[in-house]
Design a protein. Structure first.
Length: 290
């Protein structure tokens, strides 16, 4: 948009006529987040509380539109071109629109390096996983937030990196990201109420509709329980005992997309429990993209 036109529109935000404001808002919401600095300047120089509230609402709506657009583009990518880390960052933008993804990527990379130094090619996948678990959960202290399990902050990567706490969904995604960056063949499994991570045989793994054949899973990891390692036999026993059928729905790796969806579902539930109806509705809007 032409800068003169933009300035003229922004100057009309303090017009008391609600019809004028409606027209101005409609035009501004057609723009991308490039206009936010100009809106912020207007907010800083305005002495009209009503105009400031209008500006805040418009900025929030533009930021949400940008978050929705980026998530939509991520979903359109082919599976092998879709970064799980980027998907997690898009969810962060929902609450922290000014967040720089590069800062998160650097923190993840620094964590990866501290663990990578302890690995070597002579180790088996099980041995590498055991080392990852030790450093992630025992040395660095990551884990599920038991003191405040319903907090929305558990769903954001920047908060996990800062507080070292998340929920069962976010910790499984976080674990998978670190494992893959260490070149472990990690996939997520939609285990009831508690996603697991499966280590698959990378040489035999064949992707079928976003999952792998059941013979490819070597063992399972529970990031919600300090990376406890378990076998298919134990997993299937638990599922049968609790009457979860069909078994393959809860034992076979699924697409990364499903777990970003699960993360947003968890976020929606958090906002609902906290009574944040506006944020809950926006989370639902993002979920409609899936």
């Amino acid at each position: 948009m032409d800068k003169k036109k933009l300035t003229a529109l922004i100057n009309l935000l303090d017009d008391p006529d609600i019809t004028v404001f409606g027209m101005v808002e409609k035009e501004l919401l057609k723009q991308n987040d490039d206009i936010i600095p100009e809106l912020e300047k207007k907010w800083e120089t305005s002495f009209d509380e009503n105009a400031q509230e209008r500006i805040e609402t418009i900025i929030q709506n533009i930021q949400f539109k940008e978050t929705k657009s980026r998530l939509k583009m991520w979903l359109k990518r082919k599976e092998d071109e879709r970064s799980l880390l980027n998907g997690f960052c898009h969810v962060d933008r929902f609450q922290y629109p000014d967040l720089n993804p590069l800062n998160l990527q650097m923190k993840v990379e620094n964590l990866r390096k501290t663990i990578w130094l302890e690995l070597n090619n002579s180790l088996t996948l099980l041995e590498k996983t055991t080392i990852l678990n030790h450093f992630l959960f025992n040395v660095h202290g990551y884990g599920v937030n038991l003191s405040n399990p319903h907090s929305a902050q558990n769903c954001f990567l920047n908060q996990i990196l800062d507080t070292k706490k998340g929920n069962s969904v976010s910790m499984s995604i976080f674990y998978t990201i670190i494992a893959r960056q260490l070149e472990l063949p990690a996939r997520m499994v939609d285990f009831p109420k508690n996603p697991l991570v499966a280590i698959v045989d990378a040489k035999l793994a064949r992707k079928v509709h976003g999952s792998t054949q059941n013979s490819d899973v070597l063992f399972y990891i529970n990031p919600s329980n300090k990376g406890a390692i378990t076998s298919r036999k134990e997993i299937e026993y638990h599922l049968k005992k609790n009457d979860y059928q069909p078994l393959f729905e809860y034992t076979e790796p699924k697409s990364d997309v499903l777990f970003i969806q699960r993360l947003l579902e968890s976020l929606e539930e958090s906002y609902q429990s906290l009574g944040y109806s506006e944020k809950e509705e926006k989370a639902k809007m993002l979920l409609k993209l899936f």
